[in-house]
Ligand binder design. Structure first.
Ligand code: BTN
Length: 253
């Protein structure tokens, strides 16, 4: 079970994680926070997530050997959702890069040695055309686990790569500390996602394939722009912008 006292030793964030809700079993931490009213910064952690959601309508593999949590973020303009997705990825990398060789695959899959170790999903709700809730969910594989057959060659877990045994409480606090710091910088127009991407991407200047609606195209990745879109060079040597889609294979089941 998640140890609140241990978590409080590491948490430095002032808003994120102040209200911490722990569940043994939950459908989905994202859905729970989306469907109930909690203040900004509220975090829900589930030991078991029975109906975890992945990107593009897929499901997220459930395991009590990992960390599944969501956090209510401040409401922001919809155009900032993609940059915030990327910033969430930066926060995970910063929390863990001292321990494992972790990198980002656009927009925010966290990978080690090309295998997915963490997935990130932002869910929103609207009141008419007005965005009225933003929930960020993060799923991390931490300890050794039997992955389902369809993802077993594409997924990995943190403690396979770390010399120190990383604990859920420590990881959650470190991610929230970074995330709060980065969101504040971003809101104050003081965060250069474009240059940070160059350091954190697993694929910069490499050949990548992009999957969009069942079509696969080959490109070379050149970075991101300030909207969070991926800048690529296509087969004809021309620059293109990718606004959605996934790089290479995907790891949700
Ligand atoms: C992806 O497909 O890569 C995104 C996966 C996001 C999974 C996390 S686990 C906690 C939170 N609750 C959910 O239902 N999904 C996210």
């Amino acid at each position: 079970m998640f140890n609140k006292e241990l978590f409080s030793e590491y948490i430095k964030a002032e808003i994120l994680g102040k209200n911490l809700l722990l569940f043994d079993k939950l459908d989905s931490t994202n859905t729970y926070l989306l469907e109930n009213d909690f203040e900004v910064g509220t975090v829900a952690v589930a030991n078991n997530q029975i109906n975890g959601k992945g990107r593009s309508g897929r499901s997220w593999f459930n395991s009590d050997k990992g960390l599944a949590f969501s956090v209510v973020l401040p409401i922001l303009e919809p155009k900032y959702l993609l940059p915030i997705n990327i910033i969430a990825g930066f926060s995970v990398i910063d929390a863990l890069k001292k321990y494992v060789p972790i990198k980002l695959k656009w927009p925010n899959d966290c990978v080690i040695n090309g295998k997915k170790v963490c997935g990130i999903l932002i869910d929103t709700s609207f009141n008419g055309s007005i965005l009225d809730k933003v929930v960020l969910g993060i799923g991390l594989n931490i300890d050794k686990v039997e992955f389902p057959i369809d993802i077993k060659d594409k997924a990995t877990f943190l403690n396979k790569w770390s010399n120190v045994k990383l604990q859920r409480e420590f990881i959650l606090a470190k991610i929230l500390n970074k995330l709060e710091n980065y969101i504040n910088l971003f809101i104050n127009n003081n965060f250069d996602i474009v240059s940070l991407w160059k350091d954190y991407s697993d694929n910069l200047d490499k050949e990548i394939s992009i999957h969009i609606n069942g079509n696969i195209s080959k490109y070379v990745e050149k970075g991101i722009n300030y909207d969070g879109c991926l800048i690529v060079i296509n087969d004809a040597g021309k620059e293109d912008l990718i606004l959605s889609g996934e790089i290479g294979y995907d790891f949700s089941s």
